[in-house]
Design a protein around this ligand. Structure first.
Ligand SMILES: [Mn+2]
Length: 388
């Protein structure tokens, strides 16, 4: 939780978007010209419709980051509901990259989410594009060149504070204190008076549950309200199925590999896994190892394609993940994060063993430098295998 941008407990006012914080010269002006976020978005949408060719005027494209997680999917569904039920528009939700994690696949399947492959969509055939749970400058996000980006909804720390401002996007709602982007979209639906159906409620709930670990981290009053209200309106049998899906055999192969590779250095667990079959293994293992007693932070990484993917997790006592990821990456690659979670990506020149090993050596050295004096005595420099 970032106290400076914590959402106001007054439900009728929005948390200030981050852009306000980087433009102090403008003074304490209300965000969105004094309008509520949903009112401002409505104006932006109607203006885009008015400016578009008649055959495109009612069509809007919703996108998110590559390999969408439950919060990304939940926010997409929330925005779909707002634009269709609230504004009478047509919406296509386009997703990029495969969904691998069993829970996320179960969410798509059991909620019957209608997702279109990003590659098959022509953004010029829409009145505008809206991006959720990400920002245009993030490495895991591709914004179509031939579409007009109208809105961004997110809760990650931006890579550069001025990056979003430079793009002149009409509606930017980035709330660093928010546990989930799905909670932000819940607020728009609530304030616009759009009722939730079981499917949207279920999708929003899964997103808030995932990003806040059932309100146990990063969450504020809006996350709590959104979590409880969406749960009441969701199909609980479906929610239970999504929470405990059958796991494929390769999950256990990945788990076994990670267990054999991970090393403990005092409060840090380093799980640099070489090549991984499934990019989601990295985040899954970061979550898994953080549960180990005595572990305060985890850095997990693995090479998928020609990218080296990283996940960093910290526990309650340890503080924020985002600045730690910045120190570990030390200028390499791209990263983002919120609260106790951060992710990063380094583009490799190739996926040879020697290249991967060299990146892992640098990451290990940077991570160990961070813990420095905090490391416990008696631990060898190469760390201790968890299986010892
Ligand atoms: Mn999120």
């Amino acid at each position: 939780m970032e106290p400076s941008t914590r959402p106001s407990p007054d439900r009728t006012r929005a948390a200030r978007p981050v852009l306000q914080a980087v433009e102090p010269a403008e003074g304490p002006k209300e965000p969105f010209d004094g309008l509520l976020p949903y009112e401002h978005l409505r104006k932006v949408i109607e203006q885009a419709s008015a400016e578009a060719a008649p055959e495109l005027a009612q069509r809007f494209l919703v996108i998110t980051h590559r390999g969408p997680d439950p919060d990304a999917l939940g926010a997409c569904e929330g925005l779909r509901r707002l634009l269709t039920e609230g504004h009478g528009k047509e919406v296509v939700v386009a997703t990029l990259g495969e969904i691998h994690r069993a829970e996320n696949l179960a969410m798509v399947q059991h909620l019957e989410l209608d997702l279109t492959p990003y590659e098959s969509v022509d953004a010029s055939q829409f009145a505008g594009v809206l991006l959720v749970d990400s920002q245009p400058e993030f490495g895991h996000t591709t914004v179509p060149e031939n579409g007009r980006l109208l809105a961004v909804f997110d809760h990650h720390v931006p890579p550069k504070s001025e990056a979003v401002a430079e793009r002149c996007i009409p509606h930017v709602d980035v709330r660093l204190g928010q546990g989930a982007t799905a909670s932000i979209l819940y607020e728009y639906l609530r304030d616009a008076g759009v009722t939730l159906d079981e499917k949207t409620a279920g999708a929003l709930f899964c997103g808030i549950r995932y990003d806040t670990a059932d309100l146990s981290r990063n969450s504020g009053p809006l996350d709590e309200e959104a979590y409880h209200t969406t749960f009441q309106q969701a199909d609980r049998v479906v929610i239970a199925k999504i929470n405990n899906p059958p796991l494929p055999r390769h999950y256990y192969v990945g788990l076994s590999h990670a267990l054999s590779q991970a090393r403990q250095h005092g409060p840090l667990i380093l799980a640099l896994l070489g090549k991984v079959e499934n990019p989601e293994t990295v985040a899954e293992m970061a979550d898994f190892f953080l549960r180990m007693k005595g572990c305060s932070w985890v850095l997990a990484g693995g090479c998928f394609g020609e990218d080296y993917i990283l996940s960093l997790r910290t526990d309650y006592s340890f503080g924020k993940a985002h600045p730690l990821m910045r120190r570990v990456l030390d200028g390499k690659g791209s990263f983002g994060g919120h609260g106790h979670i951060a992710g990063g990506r380094i583009s490799l020149k190739d996926a040879k063993e020697s290249t991967i090993r060299s990146v892992e050596r640098e990451l290990r050295a940077a991570a160990l430098e961070v813990i420095g004096a905090e490391a416990e005595d008696g631990i060898p420099p190469e760390g201790r295998l968890l299986t010892e």
